[in-house]
Design a protein around this ligand. Sequence first.
Ligand code: IPD
Ligand code: CA
Ligand code: CA
Length: 269
Amino acid sequence: MDVENAAALENRYALAERMAREGGAVAHQYFRDRGSLAIETKRDPQDVVSIADRGVEQLIRKAIAKEFPEDGVLGEEYGLEAGTSGFTWVIDPIDGTSAFLAGMPTWCVSIGLLHEGKAVVGVINAPCLDEHYAAAAGKGAFLNGERLLLTGAITPRNALTGIGANSEVSPQSVAAMVERLLMENGNFIRNGSGALMIAYVAAGRLAGYIEPSMHAWDCLAGYCLVVEAGGSHLPFPVEGKGLTGGAPVLAAGPGSLDALAKIAQFVEV
Ligand code: IPD
Ligand code: CA
Ligand code: CA
């Protein structure tokens, strides 16, 4: 990245951090008042949304449009608006909406930024947990200001693996994945937010995270965090229609990539 782009990245990283915190604070207020939220369903009764998701995405989009009107924006609730600058923001205003609406604390605001096909910024704010994860390309990954560095000491055998599933994939494929993990003497956890569990991989809390199909807004911010912490992930197809569609997701610490690739059996890593 040249000098001009380095400044462009720095300014956008600052905005991502600010909007993840501001969005998190707004979402947290909705969370406290969740008894009054009207819950709507999308694809199926498990796929829910409320004004909290829409309000937070609008807030973030407005700030981006003001500071970087030439950037593209993809958000879960309002779709893709192409830009001309080469930067595209990828936003999940609330990841873990089911947990959020049921009164569980494991949800977050997730903001990623793509440049030349790569996630160059990833910020995840989890207000109920008082956790703020932030990373930018070449600048490291941080949790509440503390540097995250993965060592390779944890594996699917000595740590939990995050697993996710939604109604876009067959129950059999998910069951087979869980079975393979258990057969390898691993075990799984699912907290309702794939984005937050990928941040947990960056924090060395989980060996890795696997889910047969997620969207860019669920995983790209987390992917940046994992890479900057020293881990790796499956490529996400960000060209053309790939950016708005689903793709297999795997993020892992250095000691877990090969083992989880075998367990997930999506494609070659
Ligand atoms: C969902 C969560 C969940 C994952 C799903 C996602 P949402 O996002 O990340 O953990 O398993 O695939 O769709 O609907 O809460 O934003
Ligand atoms: Ca999501
Ligand atoms: Ca969401």
